[in-house]
Design a protein around this ligand. Sequence first.
Ligand SMILES: Nc1ncnc2c1ncn2[C@@H]1O[C@H](COP(=O)(O)OP(=O)(O)OP(=O)(O)O)[C@@H](O)[C@H]1O
Ligand SMILES: [Mg+2]
Length: 224
Amino acid sequence: MEQKITMTDPRKSDYFYEEAIKTLRTNIQFMGKEIKTILFTSCYPNEGKSDILFQLAKEIGKTGKKVLVVDADIRKSVYVKRYRVNQSVNGLSQYLSGQIDKQWIEYITNFENVSMIFAGPMAPNPSELLEEGIFAELLQEKRRQYDYVLIDTPPMMNIIDAAVVAKKCDGAVMVIESELVSYRMAQKVQSQLQKSGCRILGAVLNKVDTKREKYYSYYSKYSK
Ligand SMILES: Nc1ncnc2c1ncn2[C@@H]1O[C@H](COP(=O)(O)OP(=O)(O)OP(=O)(O)O)[C@@H](O)[C@H]1O
Ligand SMILES: [Mg+2]
């Protein structure tokens, strides 16, 4: 049974941003075919994870690869509102807590090759739900069905969810807001991710002042 939804992207077209997303896509595709489940996180709220992840999903989809977006930010989900989904949808929290069957949480979107699993209603215990074996199994199954599974998570500063999810992913991308995050803080998050055994694929420097820096957003691999 296939469920369909329509999403409307509010983002205005922006040449530099789009080019940066294409660079990110290329870099991820060059990571090799074993890197399929990828988590996006950051130190602080609002650094731009969800936005980048969704634009990247659309961009990968355009190249003919099948992408699944999994919103594992059960605490503060933005997708339904931001992309003006005008129907009620089921989500991850309902599946992980045993309220609904797996087949009811996956939606085919109007964006080419992009499917979506929404976060679902806010649950009192997101970390425990994400820790469950059934979440790991879900990711493994989707890993086989899609070319890429992109997983959105809350910021790592005070919340453990991203580290929990990281244990179950092939790699992580850190989104860093330009001039907001100190080197020490970024290193702290990096080591937290590494402790969970997750490979850090790289970092995206977001919200760069284009007038000053020329590039809107920039992707680079961490040096050792
Ligand atoms: N490159 C950018 N330039 C300007 N504004 C941006 C940029 N990227 C994201 N934003 C804006 O910043 C806000 C936060 O973006 P987003 O929701 O993607 O961040 P987030 O890291 O997922 O936040 P949260 O931690 O709350 O999940 C949004 O209003 C978004 O439009
Ligand atoms: Mg977000």
